[in-house]
Design a binder for this molecule. Structure first.
Ligand code: NAI
Ligand SMILES: O=C1O[C@H](COP(=O)(O)O)[C@@H](O)[C@H](O)[C@H]1O
Length: 247
């Protein structure tokens, strides 16, 4: 059944991948501080996610929120991640709970656990013959302030789920690239997420029933140090792509 979905950060790369696969599948309300440059499904709200009133208005009638908006740079300074990623995410959750939204899928990141990639483990852990695997039950271990902001976003979800019962899934996205995995970048190939699998994964976030989840968002790469088992079990994720199938 089509659901009413609010997609924040809709003008960005992840939003483009999602809409590329799911434009006709749901009723969309798109939100970004940048106006659209192309055709888009549904209505487009130009607003900043730290604008409480605008975010409240955008939640009206929404079933599911895919919250992508934020500063995606691993080098982002504290002032930016504090405003865009932490304050913005809290504003989105507060408005979602007040509006009676059922589910929020939060775009978390591999950088929430980046510090597990120690000198002793790398580059071996990026290779198919290495069995090191993070599965989402490990404690967070961010390697930069951007990662800290993603861990904080996951914690905000934990709080709003426990306190208000809203369903929450945190998707620790790997490395999204279109058409082809990153070239000459073992780490990027191990955490590759294709556009097709990205759209399917967020479709499962919209449709599945869950309480509070942390899952890894990567394709079914031969090289991997993130387990996708929880995404399969909790969401019914069934990825089609594998970085090993590209030269
Ligand atoms: N692209 C990737 O491989 C990965 C992305 N992510 C996360 O996914 C999300 C989307 O990332 P991308 O699409 O790659 O980034 P992007 O920079 O292409 O898109 C982000 C969008 O959010 C909007 N935005 C940023 N701050 C905003 C604010 N305060 N109010 C309203 N809109 C705002 C921007 O205008 C932009 O259109 C981010 O939260 C990022 O941290 C996580 C891991 C990997
Ligand atoms: O969280 C993110 O991660 C991806 C992959 O990280 P990288 O360390 O391989 O660059 C990055 O491309 C994306 O911009 C970022 O938001």
């Amino acid at each position: 059944m089509a659901q009413s979905v609010l997609l924040t950060g809709a003008a960005g790369r992840v939003g483009t991948a999602i809409l590329g696969g799911l434009a006709d599948e749901h009723e969309w309300r798109l939100l970004d501080r940048d106006p659209p440059t192309d055709d888009h499904p549904g209505e487009f709200v130009v607003a900043d996610i730290t604008d409480e009133e605008a975010v409240r208005e955008a939640m009206d009638g929404i079933d599911v929120v895919l919250h992508l908006a934020g500063d995606p740079r691993k080098t982002a300074p504290w002032e930016s991640v504090l405003t865009n990623n932490i304050d913005g995410t809290q504003t989105v959750y507060e408005a979602a709970v007040d509006a009676g939204v059922e589910k929020v899928a939060f775009a978390s990141s591999n950088h929430a656990v980046g510090a597990f990639e120690t000198e002793a483990r790398t580059p071996e852990m990026y290779r198919a013959d290495d069995d090191y695997l993070l599965d989402g039950t490990e404690l967070p271990r961010p390697g930069n302030l951007y990662g800290v902001s993603k861990v904080t976003g996951e914690s905000l979800g934990r709080y709003y789920h426990d306190e208000y019962g809203i369903s929450v899934v945190n998707v620790r996205i790997g490395n999204l690239t279109e058409g082809h995995p990153p070239i000459d970048y073992e780490r990027g190939q191990a955490m590759w997420l294709s556009y097709r699998d990205c759209a399917h994964l967020f479709d499962r976030c919209i449709r599945a029933d869950y309480d509070y989840e942390i899952v890894y968002g990567i394709s079914d790469n031969d090289r991997k140090y993130y387990s996708i088992e929880r995404a399969r079990e909790a969401l019914g994720y069934d990825p089609q792509d594998n970085s090993a199938h590209h030269d």
